[in-house]
Design a protein around this ligand. Structure first.
Ligand code: GLY
Length: 390
């Protein structure tokens, strides 16, 4: 069954098509959105090896001409140097204004391809075919593109809405388990910030979703895209409500920065950050009971995500200092997205450094976290469909 989520942005409106098997339909789905025939496919080498042939076949079957440009998988590739290589590939393939650039892979491929598309000839059509759970539910939707630089992560970039997003949720079956689970943190986030019914659905289906059950994954991806599209529609360039999507991120970024981006996958850090944000909300009186905290903790546990960072409480002051460097700082004041109740969050500016440090401390070292090793380190294991949840 196909779910189509429409992103209504006037002359930049587009559809997100979500269905198992969609990889074989990319050509048919995107061809009506294109003028030219050439498509520069920007893909990391791993994804190109695993799924490139199917994508190429589907584009060719629709009368399109794919030109594959690959780069080494991983965040270190998200640079202007890689973008320059992609522009060289665009020049060699004679990609012109009528043609398109397609991001194929995880967040790095999508962000890079979008930046390449936004700049090439001052902007060509951009298509997104995400292959990781995180990219399916977050980065492929909404048009944030860019590269990392010496100045920091994602500080150089452009808003470039895709002309179409094609999602094949079945592709998560080839993801490594840890990376897959990291994507579940963002799915949990959507339930907490926006949709009590989606949170309740996750509570009823957590094990199926964690195991990668195809129907559960397809539903969670479709719901997440629907919610993300709503924020993008309200506030395309993040002047207001779109910032709510950053729930857990200010805390999570501080943790990522402190651990030099090596200890945690982004979603894992966001999961711990969501716990810290909920603690801050409780401490400041915005959140008046513990229900949200309990339900959030229970789902993080069932998704086998880390609950806390193993470090002494003294690290809290260092982490709080990192917040001052976060992108979300405006006019010197750090802003946090904090929950009021399930489905409702608020932006809170400068809640007081004592509160912030205490909230960081609440996400440091919990007894028994050593038993939680399964969520981390089993990187070589691919997902297999779970017959018990079929
Ligand atoms: N990842 C948050 C956003 O797209 O706004």
């Amino acid at each position: 069954m196909t779910t189509t989520v429409h992103v209504p942005l006037g002359d930049r409106a587009y559809d997100i098509s979500i269905a198992p098997g969609n990889l074989d339909r990319v050509g048919a789905l995107v061809a009506p959105r294109l003028k030219g025939r050439k498509v520069l496919v920007v893909a990391d080498e791993t994804v190109a090896r695993l799924h490139g042939a199917r994508l190429e076949a589907s584009l060719r079957a629709a009368g399109l001409t794919p030109v594959i440009a690959t780069f080494p998988a991983g965040e270190p590739s998200k640079t202007v140097t890689t973008a320059e290589r992609m522009w060289a590939a665009a020049a060699a393939a004679k990609i012109d204004r009528s043609d398109a650039v397609l991001g194929f892979g995880g967040g790095v491929s999508g962000d890079l391809a979008g930046f390449v598309a936004a700049c090439w000839m001052r902007g060509v059509r951009f298509l997104q075919v995400p292959t990781t759970l995180l990219a399916m539910v977050d980065s492929s939707v909404g048009g944030k593109t860019g590269v990392n630089s010496a100045a920091g992560k994602n500080l150089v970039g452009a808003f470039c809405q895709p002309a179409a997003v094609v999602i094949d949720p079945a592709l998560v079956q080839t993801m490594d388990r840890r990376e897959y689970r990291a994507g579940l943190a963002e799915i949990l986030k959507y339930g907490i910030i926006n949709d009590p019914a989606f949170l309740a659905w996750q509570e009823a289906n957590a094990e199926a979703l964690e195991a990668g059950d195809p129907a559960a994954v397809a539903h969670a991806v479709a719901e997440s895209c629907r919610i993300k599209a709503w924020y993008v529609e309200q506030d395309e360039t993040e002047q207001g409500v779109r910032a709510h999507l950053n729930y857990g991120h200010t805390f999570g970024h501080a943790l990522e920065r402190e651990t030099k981006y090596t200890a945690y996958l982004h979603g894992e850090a966001v999961g711990i950050g969501m716990r810290m944000a909920a603690d801050l909300a409780r401490r400041t009186g915005l959140l008046t009971d513990d229900t949200l905290i309990r339900r959030q903790d229970a789902l993080l546990t069932r998704y086998r995500l880390p609950l806390a960072h193993p470090a002494p409480p003294a690290l809290a002051a260092t982490l709080a200092a990192h917040c001052a460097l976060d992108k979300k700082v405006e006019k010197g004041a750090t802003r946090f997205i904090l929950p009021v109740k399930i489905g409702t969050v608020e932006m809170v500016t400068a809640p007081g450094v004592g509160f912030v440090e205490a909230a960081f401390a609440a996400g440091l070292e919990v007894p028994g976290r050593g038993e939680r090793g399964e969520g981390r380190g089993d990187t070589a294991t691919a997902m297999v469909p779970s017959p018990s949840h079929g």
